[in-house]
Design a protein around this ligand. Structure first.
Ligand SMILES: Cc1cc2nc3c(=O)[nH]c(=O)nc-3n(C[C@H](O)[C@H](O)[C@H](O)COP(=O)(O)OP(=O)(O)OC[C@H]3O[C@@H](n4cnc5c(N)ncnc54)[C@H](O)[C@@H]3O)c2cc1C
Length: 415
């Protein structure tokens, strides 16, 4: 029994859980730490390399970030790079690609130019690419289907060369856990250990797993994705929040396509919703376009069940109705929701998706893309029922009582 008593128990073995595991083992004097992971391995859900876009979101080309937000993001995103360099993981799990945010049409061209001028001091390596430069760097952004005629709209991009942009977050999770286990701290990882109940006791917490084992901890951090909120609700915490799982799917090119990452100008009301193209490091550099966004009545993609967990975690009431109503009132959002629904309907999906993706590559045809079967994940968007708003970015419930619950929609792997 004594070996089941820990200073800190981390629930969830995705990148959030593994990063904390490493940080505690390497940089603190916490002596006994364990991860309890529901499945048979680390990173089988959203952190898996094929579930997300593999992008290290530094804040330089993320057009929905303010300069202030970018300053914070830059510091935390650099931790990924530093970790990988420290352990010689560059060109193994972390890669460098050219990257850019593309503006199409006069309004976006002005937006990108202004933004470049505002952000170049914080990111001195940023460059502005006009149409002539784009012909060399990323010609598919410029030419129509005949390969000679230029697209009619004005375009410009801000971007960078030679920066680390891409990481297999699944592989990084394993590396974080491996390095943590080499530290002096006493560390354990228990697989097939789904936590179903957490109970507060006089000196900490007791966690019960589905197989009937009990773990004791002074402190608990729940990094279980959408299930963080599920477990919080079970303990009576975060009742003012609900979780809306947004599935994201991708389309893969049939041959090598873009030379680097191409992002578009984001809509302020829908951050991280604009499609992008990324060379996939797990698919021989084929370009992955996406993600789409579709509300899904379950918390985990490509795993059985979790429908009931979804209904419990949504925490449905009139506040949720009001949030949905306010969102759907907006023309942009209503169209986006409807189009994304159609992106999942066979036959129609590819045609419609291509129409949108042509904003990036005007020559794109149906032969260029396949639906990326088995790719994609779920972004657990958090709804704040008190403020009657969807929260953007990650959310945390720090109870102040030695237990924290973290929810991590995109770009949660970076943050
Ligand atoms: C389509 C898409 C594209 C994305 N692109 C990017 C990107 O380019 N860059 C970026 O930074 N982020 C991106 N993200 C977001 C990123 O993938 C996630 O934020 C991140 O992987 C979340 O990591 P996590 O460890 O918090 O959660 P997860 O990876 O979801 O891991 C949670 C873990 O908890 C475990 N668990 C759940 N319940 C229990 C329980 N009761 N007991 C024990 N264990 C439990 C699960 O099995 C799982 O292993 C994207 C997400 C999606 C869906």
């Amino acid at each position: 029994m004594s070996d089941k008593i820990y200073d800190v128990v981390i629930v969830g073995g995705g990148i959030s859980g593994a990063a904390l595991f490493y940080e505690l083992a390497k940089y603190t004097n916490v002596e006994k730490i364990c991860i309890l992971e529901k499945y048979e391995a680390l990173a089988t859900l959203n952190t898996k390399g094929t579930s997300n876009s593999q992008t290290i979101h530094v804040g330089d080309i993320e057009t929905n970030y303010t300069l202030e937000k970018a300053k914070i993001t830059k510091r935390t995103a650099k931790m990924i790079e530093k970790f990988c360099l420290q352990y010689g993981l560059e060109e193994k799990i972390m890669f460098s690609h050219q990257k850019m945010a593309l503006g199409v049409g006069d309004e976006e061209v002005k937006f990108i130019t202004d933004r470049y001028n505002e952000f170049k001091e914080l990111f001195p390596y940023l460059e502005l690419y006009d149409k002539e430069r784009l012909k060399e760097l990323e010609p598919k952004l410029v030419y129509l289907e005949d390969g000679v005629t230029e697209r009619p709209e004005n375009i410009i991009a801000m971007g960078a060369q030679g920066e680390y942009t891409t990481v297999d977050f699944g592989a990084m999770t394993e590396e974080l856990a491996k390095e943590a286990q080499k530290c002096e701290a006493d560390t354990d990882i228990f697989y097939n250990s789904e936590v179903e109940d957490i109970v507060k006791t006089a000196d900490g917490y007791e966690l019960k797993t589905v197989d009937g084992t009990t773990y004791k901890a002074k402190y608990v951090v729940v990094n279980a994705g959408a299930h963080s909120l599920y477990l919080a609700h079970k303990m009576g915490h975060g009742k003012h929040m609900g979780c809306l799982p947004m599935a994201g799917s991708f389309y893969m090119t049939t041959k090598e396509f873009l030379n680097g990452k191409v992002y578009m100008v984001q809509n302020d009301k829908l951050p991280f919703a604009a499609l992008h193209g990324d060379p996939d490091i797990l698919a021989n550099g084929l370009t992955r376009f996406g993600p789409t966004a579709l509300m899904m009545p379950k918390l985990e993609r490509y795993k059985p069940g979790t429908y009931i967990d979804f209904f419990k975690t949504l925490n449905f009431d009139m506040n949720i109705v009001k949030i949905f109503w306010d969102l759907l009132k907006e023309n942009d959002i209503r169209n986006y929701v409807f189009r994304n629904f159609l992106f999942e309907v066979p036959i129609l999906n590819k045609k419609l998706f291509i129409q949108d993706a042509r904003k990036i590559v005007p020559s794109l045809t149906e032969d260029d893309l396949e639906y990326a079967q088995g790719f994609g994940g779920v972004r657990p968007q958090v709804l704040d029922k008190d403020k009657q708003k969807m929260m953007l970015g990650e959310a945390s419930i720090d109870t102040g009582e030695g237990i924290i619950f973290n929810m991590t929609p995109s770009p949660g792997a970076t943050s």
